[in-house]
Design a protein around this ligand. Sequence first.
Ligand code: GDU
Length: 322
Amino acid sequence: MSKKYLVTGGAGYVGGVVATHLLEAGHEVTVLDDLSTGFREAVPAGAKFIEGRVHDASEWLDSSYDAVLHFAASSQVAESVAKPEKYWENNVVGSFALLGAMRAAGVRTLVFSSTAATYGEPVSTPITESDPTAPTNPYGATKLTVDHMIASECAAHGLAAVSLRYFNVAGAYGSAGERHDPESHLIPLVLQVAAGKRESISVYGEDYPTPDGTCVRDYIHVADLAEAHLSALDAAVKGEHLVCNLGNGSGFSVREVIETVRKVTGHPVPEVVAARRDGDPAVLVASAETARTRLGWTPSRPDLGGIVADAWAFARRGETQE
Ligand SMILES: O=c1ccn([C@@H]2O[C@H](COP(=O)(O)OP(=O)(O)O[C@H]3O[C@H](CO)[C@H](O)[C@H](O)[C@H]3O)[C@@H](O)[C@H]2O)c(=O)[nH]1
């Protein structure tokens, strides 16, 4: 049955791909985005667009919506250390206002974009949802605070909510891909080197306790991630706050990512070893068992070569449009 969804942050990378999946499934979608980091052209055709902030959601959110999918947030770890107030204002104050608007309008289902950064330095691998949460930066702290806010809203006011904790989202879907300004994420940066737009990639540390000394991450295809959101809408239960990690459960090192980019693109990728980046855990790999059992979700694009190939196709598309 067709439903009506509000997607906050739907002009961003993940929000835009999820909005596309909702439209493809025959639903009605309204995107709310202030375009502070998103792009108007990332809003899929077919979605209604409102330019505005989640802080003001009460002005127009009404009972005609079946659920909200909440992506609007600031999400750069380094920036969150330098400007924490921006993160508390955008992520926590904004989400607080959105929860209030949902309560007032009687919209009682929420899927929230949470993050592996809520765990901080892992105590064991793979990370499960019952592991301790001890974020090591304000970005993770603000997302964890929102998770707590949602949990209490479920308990007190019967909200049905699912928080999805993303590991490293990558790849592209259709015309939507990863674009940050400035770019700080590994795969888009390595692809810029392969495309000749950047001289070399800096490897942030090669003395970690990992097989090749570089950091290991769990890269998940953005389309697999999007599918989990649609399953989460169906799995949400009144009064429950369900938390699910989203990852493939296998880790790749920075050097393995660089090597994969060389293979996929056929271009040389010079690398230089740089100092460790503050706050980078050695290994971040998800146990996605809860997503499998509760959402019935299985990633169908776990191959790193395929993820990189899709990201490369997106990067090339950008070049031809420039
Ligand atoms: O130029 C670079 C960029 C990154 N890296 C390394 O590559 C790995 C992946 O880095 P990303 O910046 O791509 O991703 P992160 O693992 O830091 O970030 C992910 O996890 C964060 C929380 O920990 C946030 O949720 C963030 O949005 C999400 O992409 C890290 O080990 C990083 O040190 C490099 O070696 N060189």
